[in-house]
Write a protein that binds this ligand. Structure first.
Ligand code: PLP
Length: 431
């Protein structure tokens, strides 16, 4: 750690949250250099949905490297690229009736978002994009302009312009219909909000605090977009690739976004890769108009193709939904059992969280979990939500073990804060 502390910029964050040197990982576990095994409820911020060093992907990757397969090729035609596209069409796009073309932007999520924003502005010849409160879309200037977090925004150093922020579902409390609110601004000729090129949205705001939009809210948002001829960009970078159960997190709502961004778990192996998908008619790019040196990195395409085997039947998504139900039941129980935490459960599928209204309790729970060899992070404006993102491939027994450690961490965090950590049922019985 001393080398990292001495030589790395102050900007580093996760090595502060989890101050140990990690050496090895497999499935749902990571080991540090002292040989301590940790259960991973973080999964590379959603990049390792299929677990660490997934054996089938590893075998394909090693085989490809051994055969001197092409590693780097910008967007030249290569065999892994062709194979990925064929399989993606066959397993993901066609069965869902999605006639999208695929753009390979630079290999990170923010690259996919930049491409989406540029394309929407170019296609519609409009300037602004509407985003939502607590949204997170990335750190480059275009993506940052549609991100809500004030701390991140203030790092831009220049004005973040040509965007309008609107309230996400429940941002103004349970009684305010935020779709009607948005609609009113778009309808009124003098609201000061001009007709945007696009509306960008996450179905579950992973970084923004696991705020979860209902299917109905998403359906109504799609209708607003259709009514005003606004493009709907769905940022599925964190919630896609099966995190909420189905391959795309918007499938449950039955909507069809115009543009979809994917990254994180698309390669399945933690290798950098991103996609911007969009309706064929929107494809108004000139060749090379949006380029980048690392577009479609072949080792990532090899492992990405392998991930698609998980999506041939419903088995994987059914098992994710089932594990999601286990997580939900466990978290609801924690919420009831420890009223002093002032907690509420959030999220769906295997993206869930506990929102703690007690100041700094979320961070303390994450800290206590690390002490007990569970890696779990917080999200939200001030880390008030403990966010669970276990690998989707985790076995039921390991999931339960992780959840039990989480409960012990809640108890330890309450005690550390001088709060009542007696389970409610026990205290009621005692009373
Ligand atoms: N969009 C969403 C929804 C994200 O969660 C993230 C990262 O957490 C990004 C975009 C940015 O991705 P990256 O960090 O790979 O640039």
């Amino acid at each position: 750690m001393e080398t990292i502390e001495r030589l790395e910029s102050k900007v580093r964050s996760y090595s502060r949250t989890w101050p140990t040197v990690f050496t090895r990982s497999k499935g749902h576990q990571i080991w540090d250099k002292d040989g301590k095994a940790y259960i991973d409820f973080f999964s590379g911020a959603g990049s390792l949905n299929y677990g660490h060093n997934n054996p089938k992907m590893k075998a394909k990757l090693l085989e490809y490297i051994e055969s001197d397969g092409i590693t780097h090729s910008l967007d030249m035609a290569t065999e892994p690229r062709e194979k990925f596209l064929e399989r993606f069409e066959e397993v993901i796009l066609k069965p869902r009736g999605l006639d999208y073309v695929v753009q390979f932007p630079g290999p990170t999520g923010t690259n996919a978002v930049e491409a989406a924003l540029k394309l929407a502005r170019k296609y519609t010849d409009r300037l602004t994009v509407i985003s939502f409160t607590n949204a997170f879309h990335g750190m480059t200037l275009g993506a940052l302009a549609v991100t809500g977090n004030q701390m991140k925004r203030s790092g831009a150093g220049v004005p973040l312009s040509h965007t309008t922020s609107m309230p996400y579902e429940n941002f103004l409390g349970d009684d305010v219909d935020t779709i009607e609110y948005l609609n009113t601004y778009l309808r009124a000729g003098s609201s000061g909000v001009s007709l945007p090129a696009a509306i960008i949205v996450e179905t579950v705001q992973g970084e923004g605090g696991v705020n979860t939009a209902s299917a109905e809210w998403l359906q109504r948002l799609e209708k607003v977009c259709r009514r005003y001829d606004i493009l709907l960009i769905l940022d599925d970078i964190q919630m896609g690739c099966g995190r909420t159960g189905n391959f795309f997190s918007f499938e449950e709502a039955g909507i069809k976004p115009d543009i979809v961004t994917l990254s994180k778990s698309i390669s399945g192996y933690g290798l950098p890769m991103a996609l911007t998908l969009f309706r064929r008619e929107l494809d108004c790019w000139e060749p090379g108009e949006h380029n980048g040196t690392f577009r479609g990195n072949n080792p990532a395409l090899v492992t990405a193709t392998e991930t698609l085997d998980y999506w041939v039947t419903n088995e994987f998504s059914d098992s994710t939904k089932q594990k999601g139900d286990t997580i939900a039941a466990f978290l609801e129980d924690i919420v009831k059992k420890y009223p002093a935490a002032k907690a509420r459960r959030r999220g769906r599928g295997m993206a869930q969280g506990i929102h703690c209204a007690v100041r700094d309790l979320g961070d303390e729970i994450s800290h206590q979990a690390f002490e007990r060899q569970l890696v779990i992070e917080t999200s939200g404006t001030s880390g008030e939500v403990v966010k669970l993102l276990p690998p989707l491939t985790i076995e039921d027994s390991a999931l339960r073990e992780g959840l039990e450690i989480l409960e012990q961490s809640v108890v330890a965090a309450l005690k550390a804060k001088g709060l009542d950590a007696t389970p409610a049922l026990a205290s009621a019985a005692a009373g």
